[in-house]
Each structure stands twice: as structure tokens, then as C-alpha cells.
Design a protein around this ligand. Structure first.
Ligand code: H2U
Ligand code: ZN
Length: 350
């Protein structure tokens, strides 16, 4: 019997082989959208105190060049090191451990201290995409997993508002991609078609959870999303890894990033905090990975306003993730927002 999706139910995430509890009855009441607005944030284009601005000295004592587009450097406080002595403890015991080698890099998206991705031009965003792709290819030569990510906003633990992201690469396959690898592999063995391509086709048919799309890319609020405004960005054609995307697809990726990150900012008229990152097929002995579809996850913490966040606490930590607002409602709210960045509108109104 079909379920009533207005009643409590659990949705299955085939990518992770996990369930999420959805409680839509809690938002059946009309949206009491008290949207608290924060005072406009003003930052200088250059901040002499910022360790990421061009020409400034970093905490480790090294000096940034006078870069004029993107800039990448080895993290001065890296969590992974390239020359760790290899070794394993207790491989079949309960207190198992393994040494790990890796690399941590920090990448500045722009020399401008005051910008964020949606406020940059598509051409400037394209520069970020090219660097993401080139770094993934380079580190993929040496490491099995290359994690490109961005922590945006103090709420997500970002240490500095200067637009930047990070890349961590390591020999081991970490938990999240390991689960995605296992589940995409198993689905492909059973269906002879990539899990996320089949999923995308289902979403394109239903349209309900699509936030924005263009000829090459789609942003969807996943059926199984955990965070209130969680989204997934993926190419429409099968692509395994970021370096494979061509010129035209890089340009249309820049366009869709600008478009949908603007919607994120416009939701609560605040620079929208999130952690985002790319998941492409792991590197290693098997370069072919037809089961794997490249995608990016965006995990924003905000729930009701610029200051009210969703906490993943008691039940979530101890049982499983839970959400009130459905992904369908989240996608609709994002879709219906103005397309012009709120800061642009504020500037023109004043
Ligand atoms: P987040 O803001 O996303 O946390 O990342 C900033 C990173 O920059 C952080 O990992 C590094 C920190 O170790 N960093 C440097 O490498 N050099 C510095 O001078 C300060 C911060
Ligand atoms: Zn700066």
C-alpha cells in the first residue's frame, strides 16, 4: 500500500544504505517564516589581518604571493602528512589502526576578501572549477581519495571569511566514499546502470525536488536528504571524476553554481553557510568506474532563519537522522526565490 507522505515515514538513501526519519506533519502548519535578518555584512576587499589575502603573511610564517585569480598552498597545519612511516597495528584485533599518508591543501577562490562564490563572475568561478579539476587529477596520481571541499561560514567552523576551500587527499578510502563505492558498485552489478543516473532520471521525471538545472547539470534536493536545505549537484551525462568534464561543461557548471548558490543566499538574505564537497570515483588500480557518477553534496545547517540551525543531536546521534521540512518543500522554497543576489538588489535599492 502506498504511504501517506504527510505522515511520519522513513526514506531510504541507496547511496549510503541508510534511512532518514521524515516527520512532515510537524510542518503541516503554514510556514511561520519569521525570517530574522542579520545586519548586512561588510568586509573590505583587502584585509591586512587576513592570512589568505594576497601578499599577507600566514600563521606559519610563509608569505602569500600577489595572486590575482586562485591560489593554492599546502596547509600549514595539515592533518595528513606525505611522509608518515607506514605500519599497521593488530590487523585482526579489536584495537586496529593503520598509519596513513596524505596531503592537505588550502585554495583561495579569489584575491578579493569580500567575495563568496555566488558573488563572483561565472568566469571567476570557472577558474575555481579548473583548479578543483587539476588538483584532483594531480593528487589522484598518488592517492586513492581526493576530497575537495568548502566550509563556508562561521557556523560550519570556517576559520576565515576570505573565499576558500580545502583539499585533503589520502591513500585510504574514508567512510563516506567507501559506503558510496560499495552501494554504487552493488547497484551496478544488479542493474547494469549507474545508481545516480537512474536516480537522476527518476527526479527529472517527477520534477518535484529539482531546484535548478541547465543542459549539463542538475541541482536536486535528494529524496533522502538529511539537512533541511541539503542539495546534490550532478552532471546529466555519466561522468566519473571532476577532471573529465569538458570546456562547455565547466562553463555551465560555473553558471549553475552561481545560480543556485544565489538562491541559497537569498533564502534568508544572508551569506548561506554550508559544507560542500565533490565525490568522484576513487583513484587506484581500477581507473574504470562505470558504476560511479560524479556529484557534489551541499550540507547547509540552517533551518528556519539566518540564525536558527538544525541540530543533529539526541535522536539523530543515537538512532538516525530526522527532518521535518520535506525535500519537496525545501526544493519548492528555493525554486521560488528571486534569481538576483539579494546584495545586488540591496545595492540597487539604496
Ligand atoms: P577552514 O577555514 O575551512 O577551516 O580552513 C582553513 C585552513 O587553513 C585550516 O585548515 C589553514 C588551517 O589549518 N591555515 C593555514 O594553512 N595557514 C594559515 O596561516 C592559517 C590557516
Ligand atoms: Zn583575505
Amino acid at each position: 500500500m502506498p504511504i501517506d507522505t504527510d505522515s511520519p515515514h522513513r526514506r531510504y538513501n541507496p547511496l549510503k544504505d541508510e534511512w532518514v526519519l521524515v516527520s512532515p506533519q510537524r510542518t503541516k502548519r503554514p510556514w511561520q517564516g519569521q525570517v530574522e535578518k542579520l545586519p548586512p555584512e561588510t568586509r573590505p576587499q583587502y584585509d591586512p589581518q587576513c592570512y589568505l589575502c594576497p601578499g599577507n603573511e600566514r600563521a606559519g610564517g610563509k608569505k602569500n604571493p600577489e595572486y590575482d585569480s586562485t591560489f593554492i598552498f599546502t596547509n600549514d597545519f595539515a592533518s595528513l602528512l606525505p611522509d608518515t612511516a607506514l605500519g599497521e597495528d593488530n590487523t585482526d584485533g579489536l584495537l586496529k589502526a593503520q598509519a596513513v599518508r596524505g596531503a592537505c591543501r588550502v585554495m583561495c577562490f579569489s584575491p578579493r576578501h569580500d567575495l563568496t562564490l555566488p558573488e563572483m563572475t561565472p568566469g571567476e568561478i570557472r577558474g575555481v572549477i579548473d583548479l578543483w579539476a587539476a588538483q584532483t587529477a594531480e593528487l589522484g596520481e598518488e592517492y586513492r581519495w581526493v576530497q575537495v571541499f568548502e566550509n563556508k561560514g562561521a557556523m560550519m567552523g570556517c576559520s576565515n571569511p576570505h573565499p576558500h576551500g580545502q583539499i585533503w587527499a589520502l591513500e585510504a578510502l574514508p567512510n563516506e566514499p567507501a559506503a558510496e563505492e560499495r552501494n554504487q558498485m552493488q547497484y551496478y552489478a544488479e542493474h547494469h546502470s549507474p545508481l545516480l543516473i537512474d536516480y537522476l532520471n527518476a527526479e527529472l521525471e517527477e520534477q518535484e525536488r529539482i531546484v535548478v538545472m541547465n543542459p549539463d547539470w542538475v541541482v536536486v534536493a535528494p529524496y533522502w536528504a538529511i539537512w533541511p536545505f541539503e542539495t546534490m549537484l550532478l552532471p546529466r551525462k555519466p561522468v566519473q571524476r571532476l577532471p573529465e568534464i569538458n570546456e562547455a561543461e565547466r562553463n555551465s557548471l560555473a553558471d549553475i553554481l552561481k545560480e543556485f548558490l544565489t538562491l541559497y543566499d537569498n533564502l534568508f538574505e544572508v551569506s548561506f553557510p554550508y559544507s560542500m564537497g565533490w565525490h568522484g570515483a576513487p583513484f587506484g588500480e581500477q581507473p574504470e568506474a562505470p558504476h560511479w557518477q560524479l556529484h557534489a553534496h551541499f550540507y547547509p545547517p540552517l533551518l528556519r532563519s539566518a540564525t536558527v540551525r538544525k541540530f543533529m543531536v539526541g535522536y539523530e546521534l543515537l538512532s538516525e537522522a530526522q527532518r521535518d521540512l520535506t525535500p519537496e518543500q525545501a526544493a519548492r522554497r528555493l525554486r521560488e526565490l528571486p534569481r538576483r543576489h539579494f546584495k545586488q538588489s540591496q545595492k540597487e535599492d539604496s
